[in-house]
Design a protein around this ligand. Structure first.
Ligand code: HEM
Length: 506
């Protein structure tokens, strides 16, 4: 009976959704015909109601790439009721993020991010508040000096990672180890310590952080009914995604309140060595050079940004880089020769040693070219109408830049599908937003402020892993069988887990 009742309710709900969409589509069509500017970018043919939604699969960046081969480097796709501009070449990315960066520096809101976010940087629309918060993040939390000052914490966490792998190598006697979960724990722990200092070390709060961060990513990876069909966004409440987002937001709120409260209590008192983000932000509240009031909500926004933007992106970079090295043993050997040539004996590689390791940097660049952890960056929204490549881009257009496709553009990259780190030796191309062929961190005003931190961390982890250990694919697996397929999500990682055989060398 209950089942029948549920079925009847679901059918009723579905009928309402379909009828509402048909009705609102008819009205919208009438309105938009009269308003449409003439010269919009090309679009693939659409279906009624769903637009172009049927033309892509779960790996959205790959579907966009295939469509761009046919419809060009800027195309307009209709995702449900909403038009999105998809950008797939370095020239067009430069037009958006350099020539017209002042127009495209805003972010669209989505149902889930509107619930999850505090007053932050990553999802804040462009404006004075965003400018001031980003300045604080860049000059106070992620400055060259601050990234250097996190060196001790970073090296301590890497030591602990190496110890775990060493113990495993000694005990398992040639058995395999799952590296991805170790990378994830390492990054969560590192970010927790950098952001909250000793707070996380007490009472095992680390696991609570881990839970909310994981749930945040799961939620942010999903399009909701309200994003695709804004005219029926009221149905969101029936589906449950916003309820889940609200629950996670409450957890975040409580946790970050506790972090701030604990730091306020212990201000100036305990002589703990690490200066965390929270300490820094609390000390800036009375700083006359700060032009924005650092309210609790803004402090929470800045802290949450570091968790949400820093953990997944960096551990996924480590995961892809180790995968490419296992898939390409010659490159692994060359990297080990470089690192072991510089670091003698059983020493740990330190941050100072990294400057001499050109091949290591080339390996990471090549990995980010082929596997940008956020293949579609973060979405942008235009604040005025403008013209790009002869096409009119209306005000309020939502924009996706396909960094994954740009990393494969034949005009910029020889044999784009091949892993060839040598292409970056003696090359000026870098990922800092000056060269639009390689934009894993975005570019322009919205560029990632965590580049230095992410790179200092990734380089040091990788150098130590290849210095201390030899790595092999699991027994019986050939490099051809090692599958590099991707799994769907806002951040894209390898589909399979990273299980490898580790041998102790030093
Ligand atoms: C390999 C690691 C990382 C990658 C690939 C990455 C990538 C990105 C990308 C693509 C964007 C959007 C840029 C745009 O719209 O043009 C972004 C924004 C951002 N990232 Fe990162 N990121 C990484 C690490 C980090 C770290 C470690 C932090 C801080 C702890 C961080 C903090 C942020 C913040 C706050 C934003 C928002 C900037 C804004 O909207 O103005 N990221 N990141």
């Amino acid at each position: 009976m209950a089942l029948l009742h549920n079925l009847a309710f679901s059918t009723f709900l579905l009928s309402i959704i379909v009828l509402s969409i048909i009705f609102l589509n008819l009205i919208n069509k009438r309105r938009s015909f009269s308003k449409n500017p003439k010269n919009l970018p090309p679009s693939p043919p659409k279906l009624p109601f769903i637009g172009n939604l049927h033309q892509f699969g779960s790996l959205v960046h790959q579907s966009f790439y295939l469509l761009s081969l046919k419809y060009g480097p800027i195309m307009l796709l209709q995702l449900g009721e909403v038009p999105w501009l998809i950008v797939s070449s370095s020239d067009m990315a430069s037009a958006i993020m350099r020539t017209h960066d002042n127009i495209f520096a805003s972010r669209p809101s989505t149902v889930v991010t509107d619930i999850l976010r505090f007053e932050d940087i990553a999802f804040e629309p462009y404006g004075e508040d965003w400018r001031q918060l980003k300045k604080i993040f860049t000059t106070h939390l992620m400055s060259f000096k601050m990234v250097g000052s996190y060196k001790t914490v970073r090296e301590a966490e890497i030591n602990s990672l190496i110890r775990k792998i060493s113990n495993h190598a000694s005990l398992s006697n040639g058995g395999s180890i799952e590296l991805r979960s170790l990378f994830f724990s390492f990054m969560t722990s590192l970010i927790c310590r950098v952001v909250c200092g000793k707070f996380v070390l007490e009472e095992g709060r680390y696991h609570t952080f881990r839970e909310v961060v994981e749930e945040n990513f799961r939620l942010a990876s999903r399009f909701s009914i309200g994003d695709l069909f804004p005219s029926i966004s009221w149905m969101e409440a029936l589906i449950g995604l916003s309820r889940r987002a609200n629950r996670n937001r409450e957890k975040w709120d409580r946790l970050l309140d506790e972090v701030i409260e604990a730091h306020l209590q212990s201000e100036k008192s305990d002589g703990f060595q690490e200066i965390s983000f929270v300490d820094m932000l609390l000390s800036l509240r009375n700083d006359a050079t700060i032009n924005v009031e650092l309210t609790a909500d803004r402090i929470k926004g800045l802290l949450a940004d570091a968790f949400a933007a820093g953990i997944d992106t960096t551990y996924i970079t480590l995961d892809w880089t180790m995968s490419e090295l296992l898939k390409n043993p010659k490159e692994m050997k060359k990297l080990q020769e470089e690192v072991r040539g510089i670091i003698k004996h059983n020493n740990m590689v330190t941050s100072e040693d990294l400057t001499k390791m050109d091949y290591l940097r080339a390996i990471i660049k090549e990995t980010l070219r082929l596997h940008p952890p956020l293949p579609l960056l973060l979405p942008r929204e235009s604040m005025e109408e403008c013209e790009i490549n002869g096409f009119t881009i209306p005000k309020g257009t939502k924009v996706i830049i396909n960094a994954w496709a740009i990393g494969r553009e034949a005009k910029s990259w020889e044999s784009p599908e091949e892993f060839m780190p040598e292409r970056f030796i003696n090359s000026q191309v870098d990922y800092k937003g000056n060269n639009f062929d390689l934009i894993p961190f975005g570019a322009g005003r919205r560029i990632c402020p965590g580049i230095a931190f992410a790179m200092a961390t990734s380089e040091l982890v990788l150098a130590n892993l290849v210095h201390k250990f030899d790595w092999e694919l699991p027994e019986g697996m050939t490099t051809d069988e090692f599958d590099m397929s991707e799994s769907p999500g806002l951040s894209v990682q390898r589909k399979d887990s990273l299980r490898l055989v580790v041998k102790h060398v030093l």
